[in-house]
Design a binder for this molecule. Structure first.
Ligand code: 5GP
Ligand code: ZN
Length: 120
């Protein structure tokens, strides 16, 4: 069972701990939201729980309250970025075929204009 403990070599654990700099959008006791370094839309933020879980399914299986809190925080980030009215996309890449490169669960919050289709 995953226990949420920090992983020393994990980039996003280091960002949540302030050991690697990031442009902060919002932070709470349990969540941290920051700008993606390589934005794929007008607004592209990442929202992570401070606790380390590899992906969204692992998070939900081991800490369902935190999974719900992550989605709620994604909504707060969208509001803070002015996306709530026109809409936005929340994406959890899961595994290498989906393009997941950082194995600390993160919600991509994308918006700012009409987004392209996806799935290819
Ligand atoms: P994934 O591909 O795993 O779903 O998403 C990882 C995201 O993290 C990518 O969109 C990538 O641009 C972003 N990223 C990778 N390294 C850093 C970093 O050091 N700082 C920030 N702010 N974003 C990063
Ligand atoms: Zn981590």
């Amino acid at each position: 069972m995953a226990d949420g403990k920090p992983v020393a070599e994990c980039l996003f654990c280091k960002i949540a701990a302030g050991q690697v700099p990031a442009t902060v959008v919002r932070e709470t006791e349990s969540m941290f939201a920051f700008k993606d370094i390589n934005p794929q839309a007008g607004v592209h933020d990442l929202v992570i729980p401070r606790a380390h879980y590899a992906n969204a399914v692992e998070l939900a299986a081991n800490a369902p309250d935190l999974a719900a809190a992550l989605l709620i925080e994604a909504g707060e980030v969208a509001k803070a970025e002015g996306l709530a009215e026109d809409g936005y996309r929340v994406v959890f890449n899961t595994g290498t075929h989906a393009g997941q490169t950082v194995f600390h669960v993160h919600a991509h919050v994308l918006g700012g204009d009409f987004l392209s289709t996806f799935g290819s």
